[in-house]
Design a protein around this ligand. Structure first.
Ligand code: FAD
Length: 288
């Protein structure tokens, strides 16, 4: 089923994101994670694509295929395009189809200084248009409540986002953010721009100070003062930071649900304990 169809049937949608383990021999370790995550019955699970140099999307496809076939949960395979030719993308799309995967999250990917980009795709919108013309896959895309770091401003980014929707993106997943007002302002801007597809709020539970600082530097998300205080106070106490990070993410999610968002996409970081704790804390809120 296309992810967009799930949104037609239910609201709010709750989904998880996982990434393939870096080393091939660790690929088996994802099985334990999947056992727990699928038990929580998310509406779909998306699997990232490490791009940067890999010639195929085989690890992403293997895991997404397992989610779909072994657990009966809809899977979304991330797919980047900057470093691939049209022929390579066709091959990867065929690989997805052969593994019963019906949805992609179509991305440009980041520039890799060690790799010469191929010139077939410049933006995610080029990939979206190409996949739309050449397959019947459901297509999701990324959006940025604080604007993509390469954009001159948020309005310009939202115009480019509108183009992604116009050429075929049926659903959007947001970059992480820690201040819900930023997300609300962004969805208002999207509405004004005529973007009418479901927008899922991307929530990253913070359980590791170094990891989150690296991430916000890369993606340009801001850290509000209350999050900075938590990081400063509990950085050296793993369990305390875990509790505080889960509580912060849970309270963000409850506020988003109360405001009537289309869906919540939880960046699980392959940590089933994170997903379990959050799902346990919101189970009655979700069903209302
Ligand atoms: P685009 O939509 O192409 O946007 C990139 C920049 O170009 C923006 O500034 C945009 O405003 C501008 N732009 C877009 N279209 C046009 C246009 N037609 N003309 C002019 N300017 C334009 N990376 C991975 O490598 N693997 C993953 O699995 C992965 N998963 C992600 C999941 C989510 C939910 C998010 C939010 C990001 C993910 N990323 C992933 C990171 C992503 O690849 C980077 O953020 C990348 O820099 C931009 O990708 P994009 O698809 O948003 O690009």
């Amino acid at each position: 089923m296309h992810v967009a169809q799930i949104f037609k049937q239910k609201k709010p949608v709750v989904s998880f994101e996982i990434f393939p383990p870096k080393r091939d021999e660790a690929l088996k370790s994802i099985d334990g994670t999947l056992e727990v995550l699928t038990e929580l019955k998310p509406d779909f699970i998306s699997v990232t694509f490490g791009a940067g140099g890999s010639l195929t999307n085989s690890k992403t496809v293997e895991i997404a295929g397992k989610i779909k076939r072994n657990y009966g949960i809809e899977a979304v395979a991330h797919l980047t395009c900057l470093n691939y030719s049209k022929a390579e993308i066709i091959e990867m799309v065929n690989n997805l189809k052969a593994n019963d995967i019906e949805n992609i999250l179509a991305l440009r990917g980041d520039h890799n200084p060690n790799l010469e980009p191929k010139n077939d795709f410049k933006h995610a919108s080029d990939l979206i248009e190409f996949v739309k013309q050449n397959s019947d896959l459901g297509i999701s895309a990324a959006c940025y409540p604080e604007g993509h770091p390469e954009s001159a401003n948020l309005s310009e980014d939202v115009l480019n986002l509108k183009h992604k929707v116009d050429v075929g993106a049926e659903h959007l997943v947001s970059q992480l953010f820690f201040d819900n007002n930023i997300f609300y302002r962004f969805t208002e801007l999207c509405k004004v721009a005529g973007i009418n597809v479901p927008i899922e709020a991307g929530i990253m539970p913070v359980i590791n100070k170094a990891q989150i600082e690296r991430m916000v530097t890369l993606c340009g998300a801001s850290l509000p003062d209350n999050m900075k205080r938590i990081l400063d106070k509990y950085a050296d106490n793993k369990e305390a930071l875990f509790d505080a990070g889960i509580a912060y993410a849970t309270s963000q999610i409850i506020d988003l649900l109360a405001a009537g968002v289309d869906g919540i996409h939880i960046y699980t970081m392959n940590n089933p304990r994170v997903a379990m704790k959050i799902c346990e804390s919101i189970k009655n809120v979700i069903s209302r």
